[in-house]
Design a protein. Sequence first.
Length: 326
Amino acid sequence: MKMASSTMLFSLTLLFLGIIALSNAQSLSLKYYSKTCPKVESIVKKETNKIMVVAPTLAAPLLRMHFHDCFVRGCDGSMLINSTTNSQAEKDGFPNLSLRGYGSIDRVKTAVEKECPGVVSCADILALVARDATLALHGPFWPVPLGRRDGRVSLANETLANLPPPFFNITQLKASFASKNLTTKDLVVLSGSHTIGTSHCSSFSNRLYNFTGRGDSDPSLDPNYAARLRSRCPPADQTTLVEMDPGSFKTFDEDYYTLVAKRRGLFTSDSALLADSETREYVLRQARTKGSTFLEDFAESMVKMGKIGVLTGSQGEVRRRCAFVN
């Protein structure tokens, strides 16, 4: 009886937290800053475009930064906080060590602060920059509901438990996304962000040299593609970068799905999309290219992702500098 009561209490707690999260997400608004900072979107876009002209390869890390922020404690900008002598922050968690672009967020924040000091949260700026950086690489536009507040807590040890690694199988991936109230379709759609950017060899080298611990390669990987990757990535290589979408890694398009359909997805998590009927059907449909719905689908899933666990109203704060709690 005691165990049943505990289970019921736990379920009610989850339900209560879910209701709070849904309420917060619904309180976001496209017109949130219409009176307090009406030029915020144009300022963010202008600064982001300046950055993309000089460093288009930053688009992928900035988009990934938004994803990583939302999956740990919700979209609260905690990804941007610096570590202190007493606490290691999210940006220093293992999954985030390869991320870059924090200076770009600071640059945009500075421009916004000049126009509207103490008004626009870092969480909102990160969401807008992710959208505008994607758009600069011919990706889709999506409306970004605003009104997020910045969290005050950032813990490195929460990253591994919340961020799906590149070696996850389809069951693990679906569970990870479901825990954030994202669907299987959101999973396969948001995986399409791998159409831009690069990865270190260390993120997939086990697929080339030691997939099952016997010095073998991943049989789900196209052998010709595996041979090409081995020529780029010697064993134990920690520094070489490989394009995730060879030939168009600076263009946001549906080519990613063509590669996955040909068993040329770079990560185990990419190949895993062929192991589930729903995700496989989506991959094959987008790979046909003609009539692709990927860009529209991506925009829809990004709006949904951007509402995960947001803080609103009197919760959290609006940080003056994104790397430091007020």
